[in-house]
Design a protein around this ligand. Structure first.
Ligand SMILES: [Zn+2]
Length: 210
């Protein structure tokens, strides 16, 4: 598995480029910005992008998606519960003082237990509402790797005070769907350093049992 993580945009979103070494097919997850850098990595590995997957419709995760779609022809996938939030990209841009990326068109909704694929690599979709209604995580079971979006961070969890956020829902998502994964699962959060499920189960102040 080729897996490159780029920090994109002013909020330093972790954008993942995941490629099959044999077929050279790839997924790009959360191209929030700096699409030229993403494309340079894709060229470096000789990859063909098959799907652009968005973990949730916040501008720092989805802002570069249309530019990447124009450059690669790959479809953009997002859970439909975040379509309303996607229509608010101008408002989101104003919150963080960014230029609006314009309208982002979604080619396909991703629901719970759907699969995303690049060559022989396959990830299952976990619908994990709470940070936003349509937040998803992607779990590569054979590699024991979770792309967590803004649902889980090293030592923290996603904020729930923005429109569509719910503390009760994110706690349900974490306990029922994320913490059911094996302890050795490597977690790639939407921002900040990597961690593991076991580390977060034991030390994350939001998750440890009192
Ligand atoms: Zn977010």
């Amino acid at each position: 598995m080729i897996h490159e993580i780029l920090l994109v945009g002013p909020l330093q979103c972790n954008c993942s480029v995941i490629g099959d070494e044999t077929t050279c097919e790839a997924l790009v997850i959360d191209p929030g910005d700096d699409v030229e850098d993403v494309l340079a990595l894709i060229r470096k590995h000789g990859l063909t992008v098959k799907q652009i997957v968005i973990t949730h419709a916040h501008i720092d995760h989805v802002g570069g998606a249309m530019k990447l779609r124009r450059a690669t022809g790959a479809p953009i996938l997002l859970n439909q519960n975040d379509y309303a939030l996607l229509k608010m990209l101008d408002v989101q841009a104003a919150w963080i003082g960014m230029a609006s990326p314009g309208t982002v068109e979604i080619d396909q909704s991703l629901g719970h237990a759907d699969k995303v694929k690049a060559g022989s690599l396959e990830a299952g979709v976990l619908h994990t509402p709470g940070h936003t209604e349509g937040s998803i995580c992607l779990y590569f079971a054979p590699e024991k790797k979770l792309i967590a979006g803004d649902t889980l961070f090293a030592g923290s969890i996603g904020r729930t005070d923005l429109p569509g956020g719910s503390m009760q829902k994110i706690m349900n998502s974490l306990h029922e769907r994320v913490l059911s994964l094996p302890d050795e699962t490597l977690v790639v959060p939407g921002h900040g350093p990597l961690t593991t499920i076991g580390e977060e189960r034991e030390t994350n102040p939001f998750l440890i049992k009192p």
